[in-house]
Design a protein around this ligand. Structure first.
Ligand code: ZN
Length: 296
């Protein structure tokens, strides 16, 4: 049996699966800002699940960020209290067993490739459009980590084929300007709506407003769709995945799946551009599921 853990910024979620069957699921609040309490929370979560199941399980963990190949310590995490910590060693010591740890977007892609919306596809790009813009790559059922463990991290590339209003683009927390994340994250979509209408609203609300016929919301989504198409076209030109799966809050906007694919063609270096763009099947559960699947 396998345990998967999604170490999020606000919650820590765990799942136990046997084959493809979900046995149980647990969720606790993340001890924000407290690294030692985070280790203890994961240890207690695993202990309580194994007590209930009466078995020792493999444990896979999805984290925001990655373990640096240079230092072995966590980098790139928006849960900043994890940065610079030897998370894998500390957790292995706490749990008394070897672990598999990877980026949460990789877990998302692995879950969808294993038994989700991308099941059966050889090369899968999983894109998270949420608070941030993450990405993961799965080839032949395995996560492609990359030399620096950043494979699939498209969010801090510049938005490709920028138009005049998109240059130099918003400042990003990474120190650069015009990153894909500043346009395609939920806050990015909100900012586009504000630029067009002068009003603020959350990304989740914009689709509802567009459905109700508000021109500003419709325009903001139309801009977002061209930006998403350009950003995904640049992925297709490098990776040429068999399928692209979208997850995260913004991926719940259903019109993206009809409107973005026809916009790809002018930017894809090919005589056809028919890459399927599909919604995640497991939704928010893909993080924990993919973490469990890290063990074969
Ligand atoms: Zn950036």
């Amino acid at each position: 049996m396998r345990i998967g853990i999604d170490l999020g910024g606000t919650k820590i979620e765990a799942i136990a699966i046997d084959g493809a069957t979900e046995l149980l699921r647990r969720r606790v609040s993340a001890p924000r800002g407290d690294y030692a309490a985070t280790i203890t929370a994961v240890r207690d979560l695993v202990a309580s699940i194994e007590r209930e199941l009466g078995a020792t399980c493999t444990v896979g963990i999805g984290i925001p960020g990655a373990l640096s190949t240079l230092t072995g310590l966590v980098k790139n995490a928006n849960s900043t209290w994890l940065i610079g910590q030897a998370l894998d060693r500390d957790l292995e010591r706490a749990l008394g067993r070897p672990l598999r740890i990877t980026n949460d977007a990789n877990c998302f892609a692995l879950s969808e490739a294993t038994d989700g919306a991308a099941q059966g596809a050889r090369t899968v790009f999983g894109a998270i459009l949420g608070t941030g813009t993450g990405g993961g790559i799965v080839v032949d059922g395995r996560v492609l980590e990359g030399r620096h463990r950043i494979a699939g991290e498209w969010g801090h590339n510049p938005l490709p084929w920028p138009q005049d209003g998109e240059r130099p683009g918003p400042a990003c927390y990474c120190g650069r300007m015009g990153c894909i994340e500043t346009f395609l994250s939920g806050p990015g979509l909100s900012a586009t709506y504000t630029a067009i209408t002068g009003r603020h609203t959350e990304a989740a609300e914009i689709a509802t407003l567009a459905d109700a016929g508000e021109p500003g919301a419709n325009d903001a989504l139309a801009v977002y769709e061209t930006q998403l198409a350009r950003a995904l076209a640049s992925i297709i030109n490098v990776l040429d995945p068999d399928v692209i799966v979208l997850g995260g809050g913004v991926s719940n906007i259903s019109r993206l799946y009809a409107r973005v694919p026809p916009l790809l063609k002018p930017f894809v270096f090919s005589d056809s551009a028919d890459t399927p763009i599909v919604a995640a099947h497991h939704g928010d559960s893909s993080g924990v599921r993919g973490a469990a699947w890290l063990w074969p």
